[in-house]
Design a protein around this ligand. Structure first.
Ligand code: HEM
Length: 310
């Protein structure tokens, strides 16, 4: 039943007096306030003023906008993960429903990668990219936050160093051995490239704080805390596998293939260096990175063969 005007006024009186406010002043304010519009609410003018090219090549605009779309979706993903992480009494349907939202966002990103692979002119890309060195999507902080919020830190450590790191290892040290350090570090000298050092200078503290926050509330930690019966719910297991596979195999391969098309070109002599300067052909392939967020939902055989058939 619709509340009456009298009911609404009583409720408003209760609400405003609880915070020491005079209801009449707020009601009178309604006489003068402007009605909301779509453009004020969505902030379209601000949003559409953020696409600034560094060259006059038209396809650079696609490159900028597609990255921005990715960042917005990354934010949506982090938003959903936070709901799971902060929920104290999680049920299998709640977990699955939120995780499926996250997976669908990642499915969107994966499917839409053709916009990068087929939606730009390679000749133009090879020109405007020269103005972007040494920046790289590698420096997307939200992408790293998604990883930290998805799994235990140990699963993001470079496989070569996992035995040297446990729950008592200081965060600073663990972060120095994350798998993605390999893209920007000479492991013989330990020297970091500008790609990596500038990224860390800007975000390292934020990453440490975030990792601490998600230490016991990341998706995998939350899953492991569920009662055995809930953990074995086939729909939940399927959702966990889907998310892990989408992020760590399907998206990675869509990205890898785009990189291959633009950077390697059709013939060996077309090969150029990545803007971030990493040994990307090796670094980006799932069979080398072996990133797996939820090892418990895969068989030993599946883990052994991760990314091998690609
Ligand atoms: C033409 C399109 C693209 C090319 C050629 C490309 C190329 C590369 C390369 C070569 C790397 C390795 C680091 C380096 O040396 O730069 C990299 C890393 C990365 N790129 Fe892209 N990229 C493209 C589009 C995108 C888009 C749309 C996103 C979305 C935000 C993105 C996000 C990332 C991320 C997160 C990494 C780090 C991946 C990891 O650590 O495994 N890239 N990219």
């Amino acid at each position: 039943m619709q509340p009456t005007t009298k009911d609404l006024l009583e409720k408003l009186e209760t609400k405003f007096s609880a915070i020491g406010q005079d209801l009449d002043t707020h009601l009178e304010g309604l006489l003068y306030s402007e009605p909301i519009t779509y453009w004020d609410y969505i902030k379209t003018d601000a949003l559409l003023s953020l696409q600034i090219q560094r060259t006059e090549l038209p396809d650079e605009m696609i490159f900028i906008m597609y990255h921005q779309v990715n960042e917005l979706l990354f934010k949506m993903i982090l938003w959903e993960i936070e709901q799971i992480s902060e929920c104290e009494h999680i049920t299998a349907p709640f977990f699955s429903e939120k995780l499926m939202r996250v997976s669908r966002y990642f499915d969107m990103l994966t499917a839409s990668f053709t916009i990068m692979r087929e939606g730009m002119d390679r000749e133009q890309y090879l020109k405007f990219r020269l103005t972007l060195t040494p920046a790289s999507g590698f420096q997307s902080a939200q992408y790293r936050l998604i990883e930290f919020a998805s799994t235990d830190l140990i699963n993001l450590i470079d496989a070569r160093f996992r035995d040297t790191i446990d729950r008592d290892t200081p965060y600073e040290h663990a972060i120095n051995h994350l798998y993605w350090q390999a893209a920007g570090k000479d492991f013989k000298t330990g020297e970091k490239s500008y790609l990596l050092s500038s990224f860390e200078e800007r975000y390292k503290q934020e990453f440490i704080d975030f990792t601490q926050k998600y230490n016991t509330t990341n998706l995998y930690a939350k899953f492991k805390l569920l009662p055995k019966k809930v953990k074995e719910d086939p729909k939940l297991v399927k959702t966990m596998r889907h998310y892990d596979h989408t992020v760590n195999i399907t998206w990675v391969m869509a990205h890898y293939n785009a990189a291959k098309y633009y950077i390697s070109g059709e013939k060996p002599e077309d090969n150029v260096e990545a803007t971030g300067g990493s040994d990307w052909v090796k670094y980006m392939h799932p069979k080398y990175q072996r990133r797996i967020f939820f090892p418990e939902v895969w068989s030993a055989e599946e883990i052994k063969n991760w990314g091998q058939d690609l």
